[in-house]
Every structure is written in C-alpha cells, then in structure tokens.
Design a protein around this ligand. Structure first.
Ligand code: SF4
Length: 124
C-alpha cells in the first residue's frame, strides 16, 4: 500500500476544506445566513398579519416566510443574488419591530420581516 506523505495529506485536506467552504457560500448556506433568516419578533399589539389568501398578496405571490415562495412561478427569487430579498429590505416596508412591519402595497395587515412578494424592490 502506498504511503501518503504529510505534505500530500495537508495539501489535500486544505483543498477539501476550501472547496467545502466555497460550496457552502455559493449555496447561501453559511450558518450566519441561515441564522439571520429565521422569522423573529412577536406580532405588535393591535395588528394582524396579512393573510396569504388576501387578493393582493395572492396576486403578488406573497408569503410571510420567503422560504414558502412558489419557486416555479418566481425562479429568480431562488437565485443567490436574491438571497437577501426580504420585506425588511424592501422599499415598501416600514418596520414596527424586529419581526414585523407595514407594507405600502400588501396593506390589509402587517407583513413579516422575512416575507417576500414579487413587488420587492431594494430599499435605498
Ligand atoms: S412589497 Fe416589499 S414589503 Fe411589501 S410584501 Fe412585497 S416584498 Fe414585502
């Protein structure tokens, strides 16, 4: 059986770790991103979340949790470049607390900071 030199072993290990790190980043799966994207915050008193069956919400493909987006209808939302598209980063969003805010377009209630709809536009 051939012996692996220490140098070869270290080189291969470094290559493997680097590759895994790049793959993880490419898929948007770093632990920071996953942790950041968890819905949080309680519903502010006196407000009701928008129903996903609301006609405007439905027409725009809105979901209170962007992970539930219909990616067959909105494949662009699945792209790495869209990974930070959440209501909390949208120009139409006004924050009420860490988890919830008002939307100028889907306005029959409040929206989750981690929601998304097809009218999303980058806040300036
Ligand atoms: S317009 Fe923006 S804030 Fe309103 S539901 Fe869509 S993504 Fe969320």
């Amino acid at each position: 059986m051939a012996k692996t030199s220490r140098k070869t072993f270290l080189t291969k290990s470094l290559y493997l770790v680097t590759s895994l790190s790049l793959i993880e980043r490419g898929l948007g799966l770093s632990s920071e991103v996953v942790a950041e994207n968890k819905p949080s915050g309680s519903i502010p008193e006196g407000f009701t979340p928008v129903s996903e069956s609301d006609p405007t919400a439905k027409a725009l493909g809105f979901h209170q949790d962007a992970k539930n987006t219909d990616f067959t209808l909105y494949p662009e939302r699945k792209e790495t470049s869209a990974k930070n598209q959440f209501c909390k980063h949208c120009a139409q969003y006004t924050k009420l607390n860490e988890g919830w805010g008002k939307c100028n377009i889907v306005s029959s209630g409040i929206v989750s900071s981690f929601g998304w709809c097809s009218a999303w536009s980058q806040r300036s």
